[in-house]
Design a protein around this ligand. Sequence first.
Ligand SMILES: [Zn+2]
Length: 211
Amino acid sequence: MKSIIFLAPPAAGKGTLSEYLVKKFGYVHISTGEILRDYAEEKESLAHQLEKGEYIEDDIIIKLVTQKIASLPKNTLFILDGVPRTLKQAQMLDPYLPSNVIPINIEVDPSILLKRVLGRVVCPQCDRNYNVYFKEFKPLVDNLCDDCKISLEKRSDDTEGSFLKRYQKYQESVLPIIKFYQEKGTLIRLENKDEDQNELIKKLVEVIDDN
Ligand SMILES: [Zn+2]
């Protein structure tokens, strides 16, 4: 089995895929967001930077991520989520990665991503996500959480404008990273043409289970 670097645009379903791999195969999910928040509890200056949404230097991120990887028991499978975010991070990270790590680029038609974003509603009490545009993610009763029976809410940044901005920013940052892994010959591309994620999960399992 392989460990994974996930490269995927916003709303591509990285969360769902990660959750599946964690539950089914015992992957450890390494997210830069979480690592930075943990570290910020020890280091006040970083906490201030995070609070203000400031850019955190590449070497700090890479140091924390590689420390985390090194702390895992041998042969633990992991998913890197949110790192590398820049070409420089990809280059810095590379020498520290075990040989069974594959970068996977998930490609989803932006019109499907947009539908996911615009249809998303969340339960304010239990944080469960629903989607009014997809049958399998609709609540049983319109606009009510199945579990809590209270009204679902839309997130304020789930708008077309905000999505397009995030999507474009992602494309700009990911292209050099994709090129980097392509040139190394390690990049795997997974296309999700369908609106359904089950097909993507199947393809993903084939790729990670390769040998
Ligand atoms: Zn709920």
